[in-house]
Ligand binder design. Structure first.
Ligand code: FE2
Ligand code: FE2
Ligand code: FE2
Length: 182
């Protein structure tokens, strides 16, 4: 594998792993604040980031040595308002800088597997950003967010509010690949 794409996969694995853990911790905080839907949203998105981390990791199956991941991460947990700010900031960074750059390099280097993994994440982060912005608007009004069931594809991380689709719009997986958070 080309070195730059390989390092980008390692960095993205680090970033997704940290995002997943951060959102699990944020879910616990939201639960304590009596914001069950914000907590459920963090749980669902934490699962999606776990899927992304796993997709990137699988592309690195040829590696057999220790490597350092360089990942942008928001530090310092707070109340749900602060945590949603971290979440929106992180998703925005991935959408506007990280994944567009990683995707461009993977395309240039004709690394098809990495390109697919980056594309699934890039598309999904846009869904996450919109859901977190909706939650932030509610929390800023001192309310929990109104949230239907959330479904997450266990292949690509696609995150949908509402019923699971017959086929995943990102990866084409069948309905039974969607994990429900309701
Ligand atoms: Fe992600
Ligand atoms: Fe995300
Ligand atoms: Fe999918």
């Amino acid at each position: 594998m080309k070195i730059m794409t390989e390092q980008n996969l390692i960095n993205a694995f680090g970033g997704e792993s940290q995002a997943s853990m951060r959102y699990r911790l944020f879910a616990v905080i939201a639960g304590k604040e009596k914001l069950p839907n914000v907590a459920r949203l963090f749980q669902a998105v934490a699962y999606a980031e776990y899927v992304h981390a796993g997709d990137h990791y699988k592309e690195l199956r040829h590696l057999n040595e220790g490597r350092v991941a360089n990942s942008m991460a928001a530090f310092g947990p707070g109340d749900s308002r602060k945590n949603l700010g971290h979440a929106i900031g992180g998703e925005t960074f991935e959408i506007e800088e990280m994944y567009p750059a990683y995707l461009e390099v993977a395309r240039m280097q004709e690394e098809k597997g990495a390109e697919r993994s980056f594309r699934w994440a890039y598309e999904t982060e846009q869904m996450h950003k919109a859901l977190f912005e909706k939650a932030m608007a509610a929390v800023e009004g001192d309310r929990d967010v109104e949230l239907g069931p959330v479904h997450v594809c266990d292949i690509c991380g696609c995150t949908i509010e509402g019923n699971a689709p017959d086929y995943c719009p990102l990866c084409g997986a069948k309905k039974n690949h969607f994990v429900a958070f309701e």
